[in-house]
Design a protein around this ligand. Structure first.
Ligand SMILES: [Zn+2]
Length: 421
């Protein structure tokens, strides 16, 4: 009955339940081994009591106290003096958790997104003990090559990871994404670092990438040019629209400054209009649309904000066009219109951006590739960050975020070999 309750095929010696955590004393029942040095029979030298954090038992933190045997070889001529019994069912190497508690803790933190502190409290263990287990059992899961095997569309996206130090300096990372899955995170957003990640993959892996989605920054384009020269480059639609919205916002603030000689206040029409302006036109109900028109009439006498708004909406229309040829004609027309000297400088800047990135922007209509899943991944990453109050250590961050958003095969957790120590 005791064996059944312990759930391991070991001999129970006794339970001490007046301590907290309670202690369950066991020994594994090995046959007397032969010495691996000389083949002669081994003898028991001593028994070591190893206290291991185990799964909570009936709602109470528990320790499995393993009476681990130290064997010795009595043969005079043998080189091997003594060695310690091992039992992978109980514990791997020098870990402080039982094997099953380590796997369980990894799933609780990695898959279910619980905090290390919370799991540590439940098991009555130290924070580091649990964190080490998440890293040890989680690393083989995220480094499993089949996790990222069948990728044809690769997205690169920069993400602000954390603010560090007294001056809260932003630390950037690059997220490599595909079909709503986080493939990996790279520490930094420069071309060399991301190229380094790609060069660690096999040539055959890189060859299967037919499409790369990037933003309008130089580094990721450079990565695609050098490491994935045959892949079609696509600018993610989100970045194009968000660029148009930034130009719109800049126009609004400049016009405000020109007219009032100061920044917007809560009673100024343009300030009031800032949210309604960046909303998609089709999401404005009759009342909101009337509000938009009214506020612009009051605060934008030169019509400059209205022009920036129309540019943004025309660009959104471009993404709704189903036919690639029609879309191409639309974009070319839009570029010519926007770089017109009579338009506000912000709008012309948008036009120049479209002209510069015309080819990868147009590639959207042929590939339909987006980083659409990125937003969802960012939300998952934010959750990991919030739960952990901002993880400073890069390795901890990488393992945690990939366990949570990288879609590892959790069915393998039961059988993987944990990383040392
Ligand atoms: Zn021996």
């Amino acid at each position: 009955m005791c064996r059944l309750l312990i759930g391991l095929d070991v001999d129970p010696i006794g339970v001490i339940d007046w301590t907290a955590p309670m202690q369950i004393h066991v020994r594994s029942v090995p046959a007397r081994p032969d010495c691996s040095g000389c083949g002669g029979p081994a003898r028991v030298k001593q028994t070591i009591k190893r206290r291991l954090t185990d799964l909570a038992s009936f709602g109470r933190p528990a320790r499995l106290v393993w009476h681990q045997i130290r064997w010795w070889c009595p043969s005079q001529s043998c080189e091997l003096k003594s060695w310690t019994e091992t039992d992978a069912r109980i514990v791997h190497g020098r870990k402080k958790l039982t094997d099953r508690a380590g796997r369980w803790a990894c799933a609780q933190v990695g898959r279910d997104g619980r905090s290390v502190a919370e799991v540590a409290r439940e098991l009555g263990a130290d924070w580091h003990t649990i964190n080490d287990a998440v890293i040890a059992y989680g690393t083989p899961l995220i480094d499993d090559p089949s996790r990222i095997a069948d990728i044809t569309v690769l997205g690169m996206d920069e993400a602000k990871r954390i603010r560090l130090g007294k001056f809260k300096i932003k630390q950037w990372s690059t997220q490599l994404v595909a079909h709503g899955q986080l493939l990996d995170v790279v520490d930094g957003r420069d071309a060399a670092t991301v190229c380094g990640w790609l060069s660690e993959r096999d040539q055959s892996w890189r060859d299967q990438i037919a499409t790369v989605t990037i933003d309008m920054s130089g580094p990721y384009k450079k990565v695609a040019d050098t490491m994935l020269p045959d892949a079609v480059q696509v600018i993610d639609a989100f970045h194009v629209i968000s660029n148009a919205n930034q130009r719109l916002d800049e126009t609004r603030r400049r016009v405000q400054q020109d007219i009032l000689g100061r920044r917007g206040h809560r009673d100024d029409p343009l300030f009031k209009a800032r949210k309604v302006l960046v909303m998609a036109a089709e999401h404005l109900d009759e009342q909101a649309e009337a509000r938009r028109v009214g506020l612009l009439k009051a605060g934008d006498p030169g019509g400059e904000v209205a022009e920036a708004w129309q540019a943004k909406e025309a660009l959104r229309q471009f993404y709704r066009l189903p036919d690639p040829d029609v879309a191409e004609a639309w974009l070319d027309e839009l570029i010519v219109t926007l770089i017109d000297v009579h338009l506000p400088p912000e709008v012309r800047k948008l036009g120049r951006m479209l002209r510069r990135w015309r080819v990868p922007i147009l590639a959207f209509h042929k590939t339909r590739a987006t980083n659409a899943g990125t937003e969802a991944i960012n939300n998952l990453a934010k959750r990991v960050k919030r739960v952990a109050f901002g993880i400073v250590n890069w390795q901890n961050w990488r393992v945690r975020v990939l366990l949570y958003a990288g879609k590892p095969d959790w069915s393998k957790l039961a059988t993987i070999n944990p990383a040392a120590p």
